[in-house]
Design a protein around this ligand. Structure first.
Ligand code: ASP
Length: 342
């Protein structure tokens, strides 16, 4: 049996061409993509595609688009061995994180890829990324099971866990990294999977897709000298339910009484505040310094080594289920699908 792969083309640079008049890059349709990658037909796979109408720049991605991707996967889950999602790089890590939560009990590969240069360009990275993503989506282990059973990002020389990934460069081909988790595979002459790093969802429950995301969440970055009125203003944003608080170092923030009281009052009003470090690497240890301890005492939840992308989409997903703030806070402390270290 040939591997059956469904490509879902959402847009992004990978499928872009230059507007001959304005010279700006704009999305083109999927046939352009296949025309430019004749090598795809050399893979002995059955490949179908679905595409967003119109394809979008990923900066325009919204939770409704994540739901659209999730619905396609849900509808086609039994017909395909794996899914390749072509997506712009700008918000790819958010989409990968969101899908990892929305696709519960996933046992098939959902490989997201894109490119830094349009696929029509001579030096494009899109061709290699697409071919490798298809191969990863078709890979099986020694028992004939899908090798990858999670949402992952394939970019340049690595396969990364989706909900651990961050876009690291606007210029380099090697644009993604998961700073707190090893690559799921190294791409060189061959594709070397790290089987210990691959996620396996417990049990064999059927896929359950949750489409509703609640967007009453935001990211608040602590900076030296953050004025009290700014903080109060943000914490009193009408309807806000969840906040990712980006703190210094190992989860530290000012110890000023007004600062901690403002956060404590917000938590008392039912807002879930999650402490995530501003550092690219490492995580929150709010027991290490007094400056982190104050946040824990104020009721701020430690996000440990979660990424901002995963933290914000996890809040959207949990509030999307209409859970009470204390239940959301509790889930934020625990690993759901490989997004934080145990
Ligand atoms: N702005 C583009 C996007 O994210 C960039 C890219 O595709 O890499 O859709």
């Amino acid at each position: 049996m040939k591997p059956r792969i469904l490509i879902i083309y959402t847009g992004g640079t990978i499928g872009m061409i230059e507007n001959p008049i304005t010279r700006a890059l704009q999305p083109f349709d999927f046939n352009h993509l296949i025309d430019n990658v004749p090598k795809v037909s050399k893979l002995d796979y059955d490949i179908d595609h679905r595409q967003f109408e119109p394809p979008i720049d990923s900066s325009n991605m919204r939770p409704e688009h994540w739901a659209e991707i999730a619905v396609i996967i849900e509808r086609e889950y039994d017909r395909y061995d794996g899914f390749v999602v072509l997506h712009g790089t700008d918000t790819m890590a958010y989409t990968a994180s969101a899908l990892s939560f929305m696709l519960e009990n996933l046992h098939k590969p959902v490989i997201i890829t894109g490119s830094q240069l349009p696929i029509g360009e001579v030096r494009t990275d899109g061709e290699e990324n697409l071919i490798t993503a298809l191969q990863v989506a078709a890979a099986i282990d020694s028992r004939g099971e899908p090798m990858v059973q999670e949402v992952a990002i394939l970019f340049e020389n690595h396969l990364w866990r989706g909900n651990r990934s961050t876009k690291m460069s606007a210029d380099n081909f090697d644009a993604f990294k998961s700073n707190n988790y090893p690559p799921l595979a190294d791409i060189g002459l061959g594709i070397e999977f790290d089987t210990d790093a691959l996620y396996r969802s417990p049990g064999h429950r059927p896929l359950k897709v949750r489409h509703v995301m609640d967007t009453a969440v935001m990211v608040l970055e602590v900076t030296p000298g953050l004025p009290e009125y700014t903080l109060q203003h943000l914490l009193h944003t009408p309807g806000i339910k969840g906040i990712v608080l980006k703190t210094f170092g190992a989860g530290n923030a000012p110890t000023d009484k007004w600062f901690l009281k403002a956060l404590n009052d917000a938590v008392a009003r039912g807002i879930v505040i999650v402490n995530v470090t501003q550092c690219v690497n490492g995580g929150v240890d709010d027991t290490r310094y007094e400056t982190g301890n104050g946040l824990a005492t104020a009721g701020v939840v430690s996000g440990r080594d979660i990424t901002v992308e995963a933290a914000i989409t996890k809040l959207m997903y949990l509030f999307g289920m209409n859970l009470e703030p204390n239940v959301v806070a509790n889930y934020m402390r625990h690993n759901l699908c490989g997004e934080i270290s145990d």
